[in-house]
Design a binder for this molecule. Structure first.
Ligand SMILES: *[C@@H]1O[C@H](CO)[C@@H](O)[C@H](O)[C@H]1NC(C)=O
Ligand SMILES: *[C@@H]1O[C@H](CO)[C@@H](O)[C@H](O)[C@H]1NC(C)=O
Ligand SMILES: *[C@@H]1O[C@H](CO)[C@@H](O)[C@H](O)[C@H]1NC(C)=O
Ligand SMILES: *[C@@H]1O[C@H](CO)[C@@H](O)[C@H](O)[C@H]1NC(C)=O
Ligand SMILES: *[C@@H]1O[C@H](CO)[C@@H](O)[C@H](O)[C@H]1NC(C)=O
Length: 374
């Protein structure tokens, strides 16, 4: 009894004390009060995002932890809402060359090996053992509605050259969140980033999963992948398949046909859609829930998006979502990741240039606009 009280006192003290860098929390709010977001320096990660539902009540609509140091220590490493780099998603065999070629290639001065951390060593996922999501970024500037973080990636995962990245998160009146990343490289190197946000627009009030969320993806092609989730070079035409969200559908509209689509035993989606619109015409994804009435419209300068319905989740929820007794599990959320063509660095037939360097900076930009439906 006494021990239990001491433990809960200690927990209370921990949550009341401001966490030290890199888990220091920065809160930004739009002047009109429509949106408030919290971030930690670690991974330039968003930890809470509060927007108003159709009743005018604020909900925290992203997954996360009560103790943000679990971003580093959670053995499941679900990648809750950070900036992911230097190369998001998968790299076949953790190997690529510059200029790019189709694997296999003989070892040589222009062939690079990154530690493989996925599918029993068959590929690299999200930038290596310690990708940008698990690095100590630093704050370079901050206002009431904006924060900018910096990370120097000094090539310790085996990529060529240093990459310096600035990530800026801004919230604006009218329920707008905008994230941009500008990266410069000292040598030729692949760069492909994402922001890996897990959404549940009900915030676990009225529903425990995202199966009835409405989804609209402006894409008529999905990247075909092999058993290790590596592109074959082909595309799947979504017409007549459960991948067709060109007309909005509830996520579960052809749920029984998704068995195996995201590989192995799982069901649901973990796939890369190629946008039909180009950067100039603002491609994107929309997601909304009838329960909260919260609607999210995403627009981006990226050519593709990964939609992952989170089959593999298994992490205690944060208190605001009913944790820690309740757990985030399969379909608790949908991760929607704005990205480049996945593993284009091993798929030369696509003619997609993801090699940056002193001659070419990298820019990533995505806007999340919130509104309510009735
Ligand atoms: C896979 O990577 C290993 C080193 O990590 C290398 O020895 C091997 O040649 C690569 N295989 C192919 C097919 O490129
Ligand atoms: C990052 O922060 C963690 C946690 O405070 C610390 O253990 C680690 O040494 C830091 N890493 C670097 C490279 O500063
Ligand atoms: C890359 O970063 C490391 C660590 O900060 C530094 O020692 C090195 O000089 C940098 N290299 C270049 C080419 O900037
Ligand atoms: C999906 O499969 C379940 C169990 O086999 C069945 O009860 C349900 O009716 C099916 N749903 C649809 C939409 O076909
Ligand atoms: C969580 O579970 C514990 C142990 O079963 C129980 O004592 C406690 O009341 C539960 N807390 C909540 C908020 O449900």
């Amino acid at each position: 009894m006494l021990l239990a009280s001491l433990v809960s006192l200690a927990t209370l003290a921990q949550t009341c004390l401001a966490a030290p860098w890199p888990f220091d929390v920065t809160t930004i709010s739009a002047p009109d009060g429509s949106i408030t977001a919290k971030f930690v320096s670690f991974g330039a990660t968003m930890t809470e995002l509060w927007v108003k539902d159709k009743f005018g009540k604020a909900r925290d609509i992203i997954l996360g932890y009560d103790d943000n140091s679990e971003l580093l220590t959670d053995p499941n490493h679900p990648v809750f809402n950070p900036i992911v780099g230097r190369y998001a998603n998968r790299i076949r065999n953790g190997t690529f060359s510059i200029p790019i070629t189709k694997l296999p290639q003989p070892d040589g001065p222009n062939v690079y090996h990154i530690p493989t951390n996925d599918h029993d060593g068959q590929d690299t996922l999200h930038g290596g053992i310690y990708g940008w999501d698990r690095r100590n970024w630093t704050i370079v500037s901050k206002t009431s509605n904006s924060v900018t973080y910096h990370h120097l990636d000094a090539a310790d995962e085996g990529f060529p050259g240093n990459v310096s990245a600035l990530a800026t998160h801004t919230v604006e009146n009218g329920g707008i969140l905008k994230t941009t990343v500008h990266a410069t490289a000292t040598e030729l190197t692949p760069i492909m980033l994402t922001q890996h946000i897990y959404w549940n627009l009900d915030a676990f009030q009225g529903s425990d999963n995202i199966l009835k969320h409405h989804l609209h993806v402006d894409g008529s092609r999905v990247v075909a992948v092999d058993g290790d989730a590596i592109p074959t070079g082909e595309f799947i035409d979504v017409t007549g398949t459960p991948f067709d969200f060109r007309t909005p559908q509830t996520i579960d509209y052809r749920w029984n046909e998704t068995v195996g689509l995201c590989l192995g035993q799982c069901n649901g989606y973990d796939n890369c859609w190629i946008y039909d619109k180009s950067e100039e015409t603002k491609p994107g994804v929309s997601l909304w829930s009838d329960i909260s009435g919260i609607r999210l419209d995403i627009t981006t300068n990226n050519p593709a998006t990964q939609v992952y319905t989170a089959y593999w989740l298994n992490t205690p929820r944060k208190a605001v979502h009913g944790g820690p007794n309740l757990t985030y599990d399969s379909f608790s959320a949908v991760a929607i990741e704005q990205e480049g063509y996945i593993d284009a660095i091993n798929t030369p037939e696509w003619n997609v240039d993801q090699i940056y360097g002193p001659h070419r900076d990298f820019d990533w930009s995505t806007t999340y606009k919130f509104s309510t439906t009735t």
